[in-house]
Design a protein around this ligand. Sequence first.
Ligand code: BDR
Ligand code: CA
Length: 308
Amino acid sequence: MRRKVILDVDTGHDDAMAILLAAAHQSLDLQAITVTAGNQVLEKTVANTIDVCSLAGISVPIYAGMARPLVREPLVSDFIHGDSGLGSVVFPPAARKAEAEHAVDFLIRACLEADGDLTLIPVAPLSNIAMALLREPNTKRGIKEIILMGGSIGVGNFTPAAEFNIYADPEAAKIVFESGVPITMIGLELTHQAMVSPEVAEEVRMIGTPVAHLVTQLLSDYGEAYRQLMGFSGPPVHDVCAVAYAIDPSLIETTPMRVDIETTPGLCYGRTVCDFYGITGREPNADVALTLDQRRFWPLFVEALRSY
Ligand code: BDR
Ligand code: CA
């Protein structure tokens, strides 16, 4: 049985690669892609999503959603993803548009029509998902689970305390984490285990197709940004990890814990406060990712790219 999924993105380098994996793998039935502002403003994240899908021949519907977070001032991650959101990559003029329906309306409709069998994979600020849950509380009846890239048990990557996707819309994250929907949190502890090595980058380059060429360009830009800003040896493909988990949960070891979102202004705004030791005695509300089976993860990624 293929898993019915909707991918929610703010395309970005790693979002682009997550889209390529989600559309390629036969165990996922990718119903649609919803887009929010995040790595860049909405206009650019939508354009990037359309461009990546067009180049790869991915024809699933694309819905534009929230142009800003629920409460906080908007921000972008241009120091990693550049002014376009996809670094220096240049695409031919777009041959298609996003659907006319708003992503939040679509999410509500898709969830109300679903039989409790829909998996949402948000790899972006949680603005679209939170707004759908707020607008129509019955939305959650259609959702089997939410597998999200965001947060961190420990240190942040946008502030010392907070990871970007959560920091970019903490109030939305709070709504999602308190929704009662089963959540798997793929945070930085996990995604920093998924740094592309020169060997993997070379395997991708050798595929030699237009999609492989795109990914090679993305990895080069993105790798340079991470090297300069954070001293990483290779770029971490954060968003790909969430899709990989949806494909094969045995790739990632998780543990249940209570996760609360700090929404009080101050140093820890946007932090995912993870009760790792169960100190509060509160019911866990998320399975938090701990370890990645790298031996099986990289072949999954490269094989998916080979299929284009
Ligand atoms: C997350 O933030 C974005 O820059 C990436 O696309 C990823 O979703 C990592 O913190
Ligand atoms: Ca993202």
